[in-house]
Design a protein around this ligand. Structure first.
Ligand SMILES: Nc1ncnc2c1ncn2[C@@H]1O[C@H](COP(=O)(O)OP(=O)(O)OP(=O)(O)O)[C@@H](O)[C@H]1O
Ligand SMILES: [Mg+2]
Length: 247
């Protein structure tokens, strides 16, 4: 089982959109895939049309009374299961804080599922520090969506600092550009000559397209409702490039 986390401390940069589309592509390629949404807003499950609720409480998972498996729901897609976001995740930060080895909580919860899934995609929250540490520590790769601009560099620096704390090697932390709008000169500049602070920047990037935004209406991955969309192709490219880095 390999684990990919999508993280950026900045909100609204495309973590959930990326997590959903990559998980869907992985599943389509035959990998038994689990998408774990660690946010309070439960966006990821909604974007997959997965609306049912697990009947076990997350607090019981942490307490070891039930396993993470009890939180898993199926999606409309073969090979793709989901642990939906829960309002309860607002308490998770606190609970993890109290755990003996807080950095290892996420990895420990996933361990019993190691034979059941080939790939786990973690849709990380932006700003729950302990939970984020635990997510990053569990990951084989951390994928970081960045929208060109000064905030991106600040966010990138923070991800690097967190990764260092979590003892994740720098080559496991991969930034890529998202919401690229060719009409914006800064976006074109970053594509042509990426900032020197981003030596590991992936070649793949995701353009800004209406089809990605429409996922919240269609509640389907972008290629399911608009297969010819530029972003649908771009997520494929990102998935292929990501695969070259997976252990
Ligand atoms: N490539 C794209 N093109 C157009 N819109 C996009 C693209 N990527 C993301 N978006 C839109 O940007 C908004 C934020 O994206 P998303 O929810 O994936 O970000 P996030 O980082 O998960 O946010 P949060 O930190 O709030 O969880 C959404 O409305 C989404 O549809
Ligand atoms: Mg999100």
């Amino acid at each position: 089982m390999r684990i990919v986390a999508i993280h950026n401390i900045e909100s609204g940069v495309g973590k959930t959109s990326t997590a959903v589309n990559l998980a869907w592509i992985a599943a389509k390629n035959g990998l038994r895939t689990l998408l774990w949404d660690l946010n309070t807003q439960a966006e990821a499950g909604l974007l997959l049309g997965a609306t049912s609720n697990p009947n076990r409480r997350m607090v019981n998972v942490l307490a070891g009374r039930v396993t993470l498996a009890d939180q898993i729901i199926t999606s409309d897609y073969d090979n793709l299961a989901v642990v939906p976001g829960r309002w309860a995740y607002r308490n998770l930060e606190q609970l993890i804080n109290g755990a003996a080895d807080s950095m290892r909580v996420v990895k420990a919860l996933l361990k019993p599922l190691a034979d059941d899934y080939d790939l786990v995609v973690l849709d990380s929250p932006a700003d729950e520090p302990k939970l984020v540490d635990s997510v990053i520590s569990a990951a084989d790769l951390v994928l970081v969506p960045l929208i060109p601009g000064p905030e991106a560099l600040a966010g990138w620096q923070q991800v690097q600092d967190i990764s260092k704390t979590c003892q994740v090697s720098p080559d496991q932390v991969l930034p890529f550009l998202n919401m690229i709008d060719y009409r914006i000169s800064l976006h074109r500049q970053w594509l042509e000559l990426p900032p020197t602070a981003l030596p590991q920047l992936l070649v793949s990037y995701i353009p800004f397209t209406n089809a990605v935004e429409r996922m919240s209406v269609t509640r389907r991955p972008v290629a399911e409702h608009d297969g010819g969309d530029l972003a649908a192709d771009a997520y494929q490219g990102l998935w292929q490039e990501l695969n070259q880095h997976l252990p």
